[in-house]
Design a protein around this ligand. Sequence first.
Ligand SMILES: NC(=O)c1ccc[n+]([C@@H]2O[C@H](COP(=O)([O-])OP(=O)(O)OC[C@H]3O[C@@H](n4cnc5c(N)ncnc54)[C@H](OP(=O)(O)O)[C@@H]3O)[C@@H](O)[C@H]2O)c1
Length: 320
Amino acid sequence: MRVMVLGGTGFIGRNVAAALRARGHSVVIGTRHPRRALARLPAGLRDCDLRETHLEFLTTCYAWKPLLAGVGVVVNAVGILRERGRETYDRVHNMAPAALAAACERMHLRLIHVSALGLRKQALSGFIRSKILAERAIAAGGADYSIVRPSLLDGEGGFGAEWIRRVARWPVHFIPDEALGRMAPMDVRNLGEAIAVLCEMRNRPDWREVELGGSARRTMAEHLASMRALHDDRPALRVGIPRFLARITAHVCDLAHFSPFSFGHLELLRRDNAPRVNLLPLLLGRAPTPVGREPRELRPAYAFTAMPTGHQTPVPPSPQ
Ligand SMILES: NC(=O)c1ccc[n+]([C@@H]2O[C@H](COP(=O)([O-])OP(=O)(O)OC[C@H]3O[C@@H](n4cnc5c(N)ncnc54)[C@H](OP(=O)(O)O)[C@@H]3O)[C@@H](O)[C@H]2O)c1
């Protein structure tokens, strides 16, 4: 099977492409910068075909047709954190995927569209609204599609994932008081594999909306603690950021184009971002790879009994 991975140089796209290759499929990578792509791709993907793709200009069904020649399945793993010139949320996240879905319908191609969890229509951020509109447009069309909504991702080389790994090592964790939503952090390699399996399905209306996540449910504070526990058993000092201050900081980050944090992120952190039904184990045929490590205070407590000598011996918890 020949699969086009749009955004195939990105964090998710690279892992989808690698999983497809591992399953014996041929991969075409869509990228804005084919020359630079060679340097960004891992060695095992450098011989993939590359096609220059700028979603901001691909807002009609006809514009997509020549790009999709010869492929049977398209994975859309394109996303922007910030708007720049013509690369607006509306064009890149909404208009182009809607046109892509129309092209897939006409050309009888399967479409896997990577979206996100926690998209509430009441959300104020343009980032979130554009993703909701794309989901609606794809669902309203007649293409053979699956919309994939992963929870927060961990792995090598992801912009947000690397930030979280770095911040987790700090001795102090600054957490917005509002960030009470629970996520199901997952390994990006599991996502790549799950999407590769979805590519192989055809006309399965029961796989239209696919929510994926890891096995643990954690708030952002707990996720940072579990990522820190991989390197350091000493817990970080947790400092809460009041609501007004977190909002001002988010807006300042938006104005300064400082990407690790934004108003969209804050909106997502406020509510649960975990799958309602986690289809990841079903797609993988096994339990998801654990992300992070339960910090000491969250691990099952061992009871201590005082010995007559003054020593203390740990007693493991009873089996039930
Ligand atoms: N990372 C997460 O934790 C996570 C979780 C849930 C959902 N998601 C969603 O998944 C999507 C991808 O995330 P990611 O983490 O893989 O992002 P990423 O690493 O930034 O990759 C995005 C890719 O999109 C391509 N791209 C950007 N603008 C483009 C444009 N105008 N035209 C064509 N291609 C363009 C880029 O490829 P080139 O530079 O080669 O053109 C880039 O490789 C996003 O929509 C994100 O919201 C991410």
